[in-house]
Design a protein around this ligand. Structure first.
Ligand SMILES: O=C(O)CCC(=O)C(=O)O
Ligand SMILES: [Fe+2]
Length: 355
């Protein structure tokens, strides 16, 4: 991008390592190779299936594949774009608030409640719609700031690579469960309108040694599968997996465990739609984001998230497959994905959403 050199606060080369300290217990996640999945490697698929049934989170090693390279390199460029976007004046960013029951655009700091007492969150998001990035400007459904428009080719390429990577994993999971791949594929057609987006996030540096502020409250992702890139600690998963989506508080006893960022890897997790399709065989792990630990907490924290979500007008219901336990809703028509996701977002305490 032809941008003049400016002071940058996204400086991954300067970040101190994640602290090795008993105060910061980390989760052991299985590392899966995207290259091996692309090569249809049996043992790798078995390990991935197991991880998505139990914790619902894996590290995905991105090396050795074209899509992996796009995600790995592209996420740095997206984060630089994020920095420019968040640097816009607040009045300008506020012009891009979500409308029409879609979750695209700007979420300002404090728009979400992080607990029952109503404590506001501290992170800002800018959600860039996949559908608008992959079409001509004349066909876009919303306005975007110039800092986003000038990177449209980057965002389009990133969306395609992340969507395709998510679908490769969903094909593998469908095969394992005896679900017809097409039942999932037809619900995730790239060109059809969906809630898919690149979410750019920025959380402020930590204010004090205690861990006070919640950047993103406890949640499970709403969509099908999420590809996450982050450079600093801050993401935590709940130690016990739960199959029930529910707002804010974890519903089983456990503790928060840190997810250490791993170089060259994305963090991939399933969302509630994957749980719904499989009647709870697959798991969407509960997680949250707090300020980075130790010395890392002195830096603002950026992350780049891609949410693969069901197309707006597809029906949410349990799919049929030899390893999917029968459910009451299997023969029902089901609720439309756009409405289902909107309801999940409202349930999570988001109060900035346009009706
Ligand atoms: O920033 C992160 O590491 C995770 C963000 C996240 O969980 C989300 O946006 O849903
Ligand atoms: Fe999330």
């Amino acid at each position: 991008m032809p941008h003049k050199e400016e002071h940058s606060e996204f400086t991954p080369d300067q970040y101190p390592p994640f602290p090795e300290d008993y105060q910061f217990p980390t989760v052991e996640l299985t590392t899966i190779s995207l290259q091996k999945l692309e090569e249809n490697d049996g043992p790798e698929k078995d390990r991935a299936f197991e991880a998505f049934k139990t914790r619902g989170f894996v590290y995905l090693n991105l090396s050795g594949t074209a899509n992996g390279e796009t995600i790995s390199q592209g996420s740095n460029d997206v984060a630089r774009g994020a920095e420019q976007t968040f640097a816009l004046p607040l009045e300008e960013k506020e012009k891009y608030r979500p409308t029409n029951k879609a979750l695209f655009g700007y979420k300002l700091v404090g728009a979400t409640k992080t607990d029952k007492a109503g404590t506001p969150d501290t992170a800002e998001f800018f959600n860039i719609s996949k559908n608008d990035m992959i079409v001509d400007d004349s066909k876009m459904s919303r306005q975007w700031p110039n800092v986003v428009l000038e990177r449209k080719p980057l965002y389009a390429k990133y969306c395609r690579a992340a969507h395709s990577t998510g679908m490769l994993i969903m094909d593998m999971l469908a095969d394992k469960l005896g679900i017809d791949r097409e039942d999932i594929r037809q619900r995730h057609v790239l060109e059809e309108m969906a809630g898919d987006h690149i979410r750019m996030t920025r959380g402020p540096p930590r204010k004090s040694a205690e861990m006070p502020e919640i950047q993103t409250p406890s949640h499970t992702d709403f969509g099908t599968i999420t590809i996450l890139m982050n450079w600093l600690g801050g993401l935590q998963v709940w130690s016990e997996s739960s199959r029930k989506a529910g707002p804010l508080e974890p519903d089983v006893p456990g503790e928060w465990l840190w997810v250490k960022p791993k170089r060259g890897c994305a963090i991939v997790n399933l969302g509630d739609a994957a749980v719904k399709y499989t009647n709870g065989v697959l798991c969407s792990g509960r997680h949250r984001v707090i300020p980075s630990p130790g010395e890392q907490g002195k830096y603002p924290r950026y992350s780049v998230v891609y949410f693969v979500r069901p197309c707006d007008h597809t029906k949410m219901k349990t799919l049929k497959g030899h390893s999917v336990p029968p459910a009451d809703d299997q023969d029902e028509e089901g609720i439309e994905a756009k409405e289902w996701i909107y309801q999940q977002a409202i349930g999570l305490g988001s109060n900035h959403l346009g009706k």
